[in-house]
Design a protein around this ligand. Structure first.
Ligand SMILES: Nc1ncnc2c1ncn2[C@@H]1O[C@H](COP(=O)(O)OP(=O)(O)OP(=O)(O)O)[C@@H](O)[C@H]1O
Ligand SMILES: [Mg+2]
Length: 290
């Protein structure tokens, strides 16, 4: 007789979960494990909660990001990676119903202080999105826009120099130097993404946030951006969200694993992928969920 036959006609009792699954559930108030804090952080977050209306998307996250570090954020879809990233340059302010609680500081300065200039902050902490989003302007003007807005160039010569330097740093100069006055939207996807990186760099940011910057790109364009991330980390601090564990392993120094809005583990990347400290991180990287 099979198992179902014995319960036929009765309402099945709530099935007990197999033991392996039970251990994967998150218990309340479980603290983040691993190396979350650094001595002189570029960015520090303490007890950060983020809500959309009454729905909480980020729960009590405390972590530091070191200067010139590349930190990768990984975790299943919907776990709060983008929400977390957007709280670092107050992009969440632009989302209706979104509210951020807790403390987020850059070099000790409270980024949520009422007097803080948010436009300036978003230049200091630039952002690159999943889908390249060049302005409907020329390649030159895409890069020159920010420096003009923030008064970073005194003359046309200065501006030309910033544009060239930014495009060079974004490894795009050689491909576009002959057509700077053509539309940015006419470039290939990978070139557009490097143009967006050049645009972010042009205002001399301190930090760059990247939300799945390679997910729309082919492997060659992806490899170029990954190389670029390594070079950029000499001058900037970078936080990158990625769905590719290989990418996280290739580009980042530390990896942060999120699960259901909680920061589960932060550790040196190699350790996260070879000896994860938390059972949920292990379950994710071994493909048991996600
Ligand atoms: N604008 C919004 N309004 C309401 N809820 C939102 C909004 N943006 C995100 N959320 C919710 O917040 C939670 C975290 O979403 P978020 O986009 O940060 O996840 P994610 O980890 O970036 O996912 P993905 O890997 O799919 O990009 C989800 O439950 C999502 O539904
Ligand atoms: Mg996201």
């Amino acid at each position: 007789m099979n198992q179902n036959a014995s319960t036929a006609g009765t309402k099945p009792a709530k099935e007990a979960k197999p033991e392996a699954m039970q251990t994967l559930e998150l218990t309340d108030n479980e603290a983040t494990v691993g190396q979350c804090f650094t001595d002189k952080p570029k960015m520090s977050m303490r007890n950060v909660n983020v809500f959309y209306e009454d729905k909480q998307a980020i729960h009590d996250v405390s972590v530091d990001i070191a200067k010139n570090e590349v930190i990768a954020m990984i975790g299943p879809s919907g776990c709060g990676k983008s929400t977390f990233l957007r709280s670092l340059n107050r992009m969440n302010d632009t989302v209706d119903g979104c509210r951020v609680e807790g403390k987020i500081c850059m070099d000790g300065e409270d980024l949520y202080a009422p007097k803080l200039d948010v436009v300036e902050l978003r230049a200091r902490v630039g952002m690159v999105f999943q889908k390249p989003n060049p302005f409907p302007k020329s390649i030159y003007d895409n890069v020159a826009y920010g420096p003009k807005l923030h008064g970073l160039a005194d003359s046309r010569v200065d501006l030309d120099e910033i544009v060239e330097k930014s495009l060079r740093k974004a490894s795009l100069w050689d491909e576009v130097k002959e057509r700077l006055h053509q539309a940015g939207t006419g470039l290939s996807g990978g070139q557009q993404q490097r143009l967006c990186i050049a645009r972010a760099i042009a205002v001399s940011p301190e930090m760059i946030l990247m939300d799945e910057p390679c997910s729309a790109l082919d492997p060659i364009a992806t490899a170029k951006i990954e190389e670029l991330i390594e070079e950029l980390s000499e001058n900037f601090t970078i936080a990158i969200v990625t769905h590719s564990m290989q990418q996280a392993a290739r580009v980042s120094h530390r990896t942060a694993y999120f699960h259901l809005g909680r920061l589960i583990e932060v550790n040196p990347t190699e350790q996260v992928f070879t000896m994860p400290a938390h059972r949920l991180t292990e379950a994710y990287i071994t493909g048991r969920f996600g």
